[in-house]
Design a protein around this ligand. Structure first.
Ligand code: PEP
Ligand code: MN
Length: 347
């Protein structure tokens, strides 16, 4: 249930509505817009009638949200959610590029790649230290050692670090080093993990599961939001279809669809979507054109020797070219590429 307060509503009236909802066993979530306050009543609202609620002091209108997700819905929070990480604000209309290796494989390569992607104009550094691998015999990640290399790379470049958390037991460790905690496609419906990241303060990058619908993705985001963490970025990374030429099928329509459904920022990961380096740039360019808030791209200095996802990794030179292609499209659609513009200015 969404309760829209009158423009003239006083703080006492807002507090009173919240107190009455809580007395009814509901949780009240406040969304304070520029000229309106909206209160989301979350819980079992089946016994609530709109009419009596409308007579509460300061209430202008009451809407029943028919969508299964509430806090993630644009009905509840009409303005875009902005997520500030260091000097960057995601969701503000700028286009942020998260780049780096699939896995952190060692100190030298992590530092080298961090400098390379920063000089090319990336705004965030990515790298997995805990790797979700299909086979138990594949490289599983350097764990804490890898997190330390990422932290050192942040220290040297200033780039905030995005890295994956796979198990709630590793949350204290990962959040000590990460600026943004990534929840991977395979864990999108690990509800315990979602609750844990919802109950802490770092922003979360939530990737769409291989077979998840947009509603499934938004319900997973709802788990995080419901625990009190409002900083969730969504990431379309391709879904399973009958097509096998590409690793997955990039659902670019997810971007404008999610824009309508939710106020949360939307990223695109073209690397895991296509699985082939030569198709990454065209899809990345598409992501800017359809209005994404950013992309996540895998970059490796020696893709042929990469311990994971070499075939889809761009070499730094190709990534540099991609950044200048993105710039031209960003200009055309009126978006800024903050990392890129700063990198140009440093030259
Ligand atoms: C990743 O980004 O490192 C990753 C494993 O991606 P996904 O969870 O989308 O497969
Ligand atoms: Mn990968």
């Amino acid at each position: 249930m969404i309760i829209v307060m009158k423009q003239s509503a006083t703080q006492d009236e807002v507090n009173n509505v919240i107190a009455r909802l809580e007395k009814l066993g509901l949780s009240a979530h406040l969304s304070q817009g520029k000229d309106r306050t909206i209160i989301g009543a979350v819980g079992d609202v089946s016994g609530l009638q709109e009419k009596p609620l409308q007579s509460w002091g300061g209430v202008e209108s009451v809407l029943r949200v028919m969508k299964p997700f509430k806090l993630a819905s644009r009905d509840f929070h009409p303005q875009d959610t902005l997520i500030t990480v260091g000097e960057r604000t995601v969701g503000s209309g700028d286009f942020h590029v998260i780049a780096g290796p699939c896995s952190v494989e060692g100190r030298e390569m992590t530092l080298e790649l961090a400098h390379a992607v920063k000089e090319a104009g990336a705004a965030f550094l990515r790298g997995g230290a805990f790797k979700p691998r299909t086979s138990p015999y594949s490289f599983q990640g350097l764990e804490e050692e890898g997190l330390k290399y990422l932290a050192e790379a942040r220290e040297e470049t200033g780039l905030p670090v995005v890295t994956e958390l796979m198990d709630p037991r590793d949350l204290p460790l990962v959040s000590e080093y990460a600026d943004v905690i990534q929840i991977g496609a395979r864990n999108m419906q690990n509800f315990r993990l979602l609750r844990e990241v919802g109950a802490q303060e770092k922003p979360v990058l939530l990737k769409r599961g291989h077979s998840a619908s947009l509603v499934d993705l938004l319900l997973s985001a709802e788990y995080v939001l419901h625990q009190g963490n409002s900083m969730v970025m969504l990431c379309e990374r391709g879904i399973r279809t009958f097509e096998t030429y590409t690793r997955n099928t990039l659902d670019l329509s997810a971007v404008p669809a999610l824009r309508e459904l939710t106020h949360l920022p939307v990223f695109v990961d073209p690397s895991h979507a296509v699985g082939l380096w030569n198709l990454v740039s065209p899809m990345a360019r598409g992501a800017v054109a359809v209005g994404a808030d950013g992309i996540m791209v895998e970059v490796h200095n020696r893709p042929a020797e990469a311990l994971s996802d070499g075939p889809q990794s761009l070499k730094p030179e190709r990534f540099r070219e991609l950044m200048s292609e993105l710039k031209r499209i960003a200009d055309a659609v009126g978006k800024k590429l903050p990392g890129y513009e700063e990198a140009r200015a440093r030259l």
